[in-house]
Design a binder for this molecule. Structure first.
Ligand code: GTP
Ligand code: MG
Length: 189
């Protein structure tokens, strides 16, 4: 199945939005600047559906999209924000924690996006373990594979696979449009 329609619904900050029962949610989470919003745009074949930026901490709300009138995509703020004030950082972290661990919502998939060139950082591993502990249905997307040097590709991939264990891994590049069809097909299945 393809994504034929994608509509921005709301930038929520917590329980100011009620997800409709019966519409599955797919959440996109990852470190700030890893390319969550770009990936959603690639999947939906749109340039500016989700707002992206080279400045980390661009997404500061839970941006909710309705896909094919039958599925929510939830674009979350990033964690591990580098250049954001401690106050804002805490607010964003609380928003993420609430959505995953206290809201009572379940997700059809939680898409953990990492930077393929950097691999899983300590803070990524922390998030992965927290999601595992909460029994989330996790898949890992290694974005920005266009940035990996050819000579380092095999070695970096081996480390990545070791770190993520049994979870399904997708190799992806929003810039080069690699892996887009495969990921869309998997999420919409
Ligand atoms: P926050 O909302 O701040 O958490 O960031 P985000 O994870 O939503 O990242 P965003 O999509 O805004 O992209 C961050 C930067 O990474 C932008 O400058 C993008 O152009 C760049 N970027 C995204 N995907 C890719 C990719 O596949 N390859 C390369 N080389 N750059 C990418
Ligand atoms: Mg974003």
């Amino acid at each position: 199945m393809n994504i034929t329609s994608a509509k921005f619904i709301k930038g929520a900050v917590g329980n100011d939005f009620t997800f409709e029962n019966g519409i599955a949610q797919i959440a996109f989470i990852g470190r700030s600047n890893v390319g969550k919003s770009s990936l959603i745009n690639s999947l939906c074949n749109q340039k500016n559906l989700a707002i992206t930026s080279s400045f980390p901490g661009r997404t500061q709300e839970m941006n909710i999209f309705l896909i094919n009138k039958s599925l929510y995509f939830v674009d979350l703020p990033g964690y591990g924000f580098v250049r954001i004030s401690p106050k804002v950082r805490e607010k964003l972290q609380k928003m993420i924690d609430w959505y995953f661990f206290r809201s009572g919502y379940t997700q059809k998939h939680v898409v953990l996006i990492i930077d393929a060139n950097i691999g899983l950082t300590d803070i990524d591993l922390e998030m992965l373990y927290a999601l595992e502990k909460a029994n989330k249905n996790i898949i890992v997307v290694a974005n920005k594979i266009d940035k990996i040097k050819k000579s380092e590709y095999d070695q970096k991939l081996a480390v990545l696979k070791e770190q993520i264990g049994d979870h399904t891994l997708f190799l992806f590049s929003s810039n080069k449009k690699i892996g887009v069809g495969e990921l869309a097909a998997y999420l919409l299945k």
